[in-house]
Design a protein around this ligand. Structure first.
Ligand SMILES: Cc1cc2nc3c(=O)[nH]c(=O)nc-3n(C[C@H](O)[C@H](O)[C@H](O)COP(=O)(O)OP(=O)(O)OC[C@H]3O[C@@H](n4cnc5c(N)ncnc54)[C@H](O)[C@@H]3O)c2cc1C
Length: 430
């Protein structure tokens, strides 16, 4: 019998691309732009500015890519949380359409970036099926897909129950919506390739250089960090869910949530294919849902979900249970890795790009940052470059969350409420 392997509490992705401190050059005390945070947002902003020959310094309190960018599921969704109906009600038809369309543009822009810069990140255009667990959820998916096709021309495929087995071998779903344009990447390879590119293009990247604060002096920013000060013309905040107390304006507007994943041990490509015949990526039409995919080498399954906090229970138990709820046949399969990171939500659940006190903030991707973070970083840089190509999201109000200073005391209640809604919809149908 094969001995049971120990679980590694580090991202599976780090086996191939662990965040590393890059060879640093001398500390720079001035720059055109300082970017705080070196995930997809910060690196993408830096690259856009470097292509325009600006002097850019990126500082991170950890190593480049240490945040969510090297830990995520790698599903290139580019979707936004609010439904088209909600967007229309809030912003009117025209802006609602532009917000949705920007997701498609942003996703294609990521694919072009990977292709044009020869980024090695195991990109696959393998599509995403969002499975429905109740008739009510499935009907809602159908209505939303129809409306999006009529208004925006975005085409997805409704998968009826009889056809679901050609996408997934699971008793959990009664239908779903398949988007062939969504794909997958190796997230840590993407962020490490972006870091190398920034460095090659003469960007200055400093690890262990926590941002401590900034003051405006004669139209310049005096940026204080743990390693020294930098005088800069522009400042971009790209700290997303890892935003700490040194950035209070942003912190009071974002709710960080734990997103955690497990990877199974290798079960072999044939077994993975028997469970996921198209080797695509997956989500669920629920408030509190699982997302999952095959590993790039197609021999493992990686699954993730949200969590309020870690208790004393076996840490991998919940996700393993979720996995078995989808693929009961995997009972007895061992887990190789279990890890977590943070995603973050603004009050209105829309990606944010705003200027406040002259500082540009890009954040709040609601767990869909492989596309949005890279895009908003680029759009943040384009504001500095004074380009016409403004994002439709630019300066949509970014409201402070009432009675909140960065500690999400209300999360356990909010998540239980969302779970209860999911349970109610599912249980009514027996
Ligand atoms: C487990 C998990 C699964 C996910 N799955 C998906 C998925 O499948 N698809 C998808 O689209 N998205 C997914 N996401 C979300 C996605 O990873 C993020 O939205 C995206 O990586 C955010 O990138 P970022 O550059 O804005 O932030 P990050 O990559 O988190 O980088 C922020 C950086 O800011 C730094 N920082 C914070 N404070 C300071 C300071 N004071 N000074 C200096 N530096 C500071 C941090 O050290 C960090 O390196 C997932 C996230 C997680 C955690």
């Amino acid at each position: 019998m094969k001995p049971k392997q120990e679980i590694t509490y580090e991202p599976y992705w780090w086996l191939h691309a662990k965040p590393f401190p890059i060879q640093e050059r001398d500390w720079q005390s001035n720059a055109d732009v300082v970017v705080v945070g070196s995930g997809y947002t910060g690196l993408s902003a830096a690259l856009t500015l470097l292509y325009a020959n600006l002097k850019v310094v990126i500082i991170d309190s950890e190593m480049p890519g240490y945040g969510a960018s090297s830990r995520n599921g790698g599903i290139t969704s580019g979707k936004i949380k609010p439904s088209f109906k909600v967007l229309k009600k809030r912003f009117g038809l025209d802006l609602a359409k532009r917000l949705i369309e920007e997701g498609t543009t942003a996703r294609n822009d990521l694919y072009n970036f990977i292709k044009n810069e020869n980024i090695e990140c195991d990109f696959e255009n393998n599509g995403m099926l969002v499975g429905a667990t109740s008739q009510k959820a499935f009907d809602k998916q159908k209505r939303e897909a129809e409306e999006l096709f009529e208004s925006v021309g975005s085409k997805t495929d409704i998968v009826e129950k009889k056809d679901i087995q050609s996408f997934i071998n699971s008793p959990k779903y009664i239908g779903g919506n398949f988007d062939k344009d969504i794909g997958s990447i190796h997230p840590a390879k993407l962020v490490s390739s972006m870091t190398k590119l920034v460095s090659e293009k003469n960007g200055f990247v400093y690890s262990k250089a926590k941002f401590l604060g900034a003051e405006k002096q004669n139209n310049l920013f005096k940026v204080s960090t743990e390693r020294g000060t930098i005088i800069a013309k522009h400042l971009i905040m790209a700290t997303n869910a890892y935003t700490d107390k040194n950035i209070p304006w942003l912190r009071k507007r974002l709710v960080p949530v734990i997103s955690e994943m497990i990877a199974t041990d290798s079960i072999g490509e044939n077994r993975v294919k028997s469970l996921m015949p198209k080797l695509s990526t997956f989500g669920e039409a629920l408030n509190v849902f699982y997302y999952f995919r095959p590993s790039p080498d197609r021999t493992r399954i990686l699954i993730g979900g949200r969590r309020v906090r870690f208790g004393n229970e076996n840490r991998s138990y919940k996700l393993n249970n979720g996995l078995l709820g989808i693929f009961p046949d995997l009972k007895g399969t061992s887990i190789s890795n279990h890890w977590h990171g943070y995603v973050t939500f603004p009050l209105d659940q829309l990606p944010k790009l705003v200027m406040h006190d002259g500082i540009i903030h890009a954040a709040g991707y609601c767990g869909s940052g492989t596309v949005w973070a890279r895009w908003m970083g680029k759009k943040a840089a384009e504001i500095i470059l004074n380009l016409e190509s403004k994002s439709a999201f630019y300066n949509i109000p970014f409201k402070k969350i009432p009675f909140y200073n960065g500690h999400p005391w209300f999360l356990p209640v909010a998540i239980e409420y969302y779970k209860l809604q999911d349970w109610w919809v599912n249980s009514k149908e027996g």
